[in-house]
Design a protein around this ligand. Structure first.
Ligand code: SAM
Ligand code: SF4
Length: 335
């Protein structure tokens, strides 16, 4: 019998087995590349997904083949019911991971361990306390660093997310790579991406080529090793020979990886998005609350996915910052 196509496979044959769920729109930091300086309009509380709604909706995705879920935000650890949420989601047959700014990690290390959540992406854009304050507008550097060290000691699989912005922190590339010398950690350099209200400009991005040039200026020629990327990996992976950890580069702007994209995103107010850069969303939570099946709307979102970066096909279209003004700010999408 002919098999029906999965609702998670798009018109380009891409299978979407990875769901990123934003749990909250609020944050305890104010990273300037993520949160617009004028702030964001928060959704009324009753419009946000409850813990049981997150679980029930996630279950539908899992029944269609999602096997990886990442919790993000805003800052996911700000959810008062985070423990309950993680407990419920960890009962699903998925690889469950979290992206956090690390500020509240000390409160939740035990919860995460108990739920068997081992994969932690922690954002840290500088190793300088004063700079941290300038970039995040909050004085939390020491707490975050302590929590990163603690998570590594506790055996979590830790990746450090570093958004590189020219003139702000790109002089720390080597310092970050040096953190991988004695620690089994992966540093992920992420290109600064354009979203509403973040003052993006192409000239502020740092490309893979620039990073590799800086590395080869600093280390001897044979030190850099290209290592295997994971399937559907958005990152190109490297290590310095002999170092315990590794580093990776995520170059969404200068070298997009849309042809292997397997991601869907659910916002904290229950809208389904098929691409970071798309301003089209499906009102999934409203449909779920009406008691109707959410499968048709999932199929619609997947079916509408464009081949490359929400249809901003050429570099010129993508690099025109005006073309990103109808999209949400990153803090309200969930990175
Ligand atoms: N609050 C958590 C955190 O900071 O890790 C989770 C949410 S945050 C939106 C998820 C990731 O998106 C972070 O690693 C952050 O650095 C990244 N991010 C935010 N704005 C970005 C931008 N304009 N370009 C590239 N990455 C960005
Ligand atoms: Fe908050 Fe994360 Fe955005 Fe920074 S990147 S403002 S920590 S949501």
């Amino acid at each position: 019998m002919k098999q029906l196509p999965s609702i998670l496979t798009d018109g380009y044959g891409r299978k979407h087995n990875y769901l990123r769920i934003s749990l909250v729109e609020k944050c305890n930091l104010r990273c300037t590349y993520c949160m617009p300086s004028e702030g964001v309009q928060l959704s009324p509380r009753e419009e946000l997904m409850s813990a049981s709604e997150v679980y029930e909706i996630a279950k539908v995705f899992v029944s269609h083949g999602v096997d990886k879920i990442r919790l993000t935000g805003g800052e996911p650890l700000l959810r008062k019911d985070f423990e309950e949420l993680v407990k419920q989601l960890s009962s699903l047959p998925v690889s469950l991971a979290i992206t956090t700014n690390g500020v509240l990690l000390d409160r939740y290390i035990g919860v995460l361990k108990k739920a068997g959540v081992n994969k932690l992406n922690i954002s840290i854009d500088t190793l300088n306390p004063d700079r941290f304050k300038g970039l995040t507008l909050r004085d939390q550097f020491h707490r975050v660093m302590k929590n990163i060290d603690w998570a590594i000691e506790e055996g979590f699989n830790v990746k450090l997310n570093v958004v590189l912005i020219k003139g702000q922190n790109d002089d720390e590339i080597i310092q970050f790579i040096e953190r991988t010398k004695d620690a089994s950690v992966q540093v992920r350099f992420i290109e600064f991406m354009p979203f509403k209200g973040n003052q993006w400009d192409q000239s502020k991005t740092i490309s893979l080529e620039t990073i590799l040039n800086r590395v080869s200026e600093h280390y001897n020629n044979s030190a850099l090793e290209r290592i295997e990327d994971e399937p559907n990996d958005t990152a190109k992976n490297y290590k310095i020979r002999g170092y315990q950890g590794s580093f990776a580069v995520i170059s969404t702007v200068t070298n997009p990886f849309c042809d292997s994209c397997n991601r869907l995103r659910l916002t904290a107010n229950g809208r389904l998005r098929n691409c970071l850069f798309s301003d089209k969303e499906q009102r999934l939570l409203e449909l779920f609350r009406s008691g109707a099946s959410i499968e048709p709307i999932i199929a619609k979102a997947v079916g509408m996915k464009k081949a490359v970066r929400a249809g901003l096909d050429s570099p010129e279209e993508f690099e025109n910052y005006q073309n990103h003004q109808n999209n949400r700010s990153m803090i309200k999408i969930g990175g």
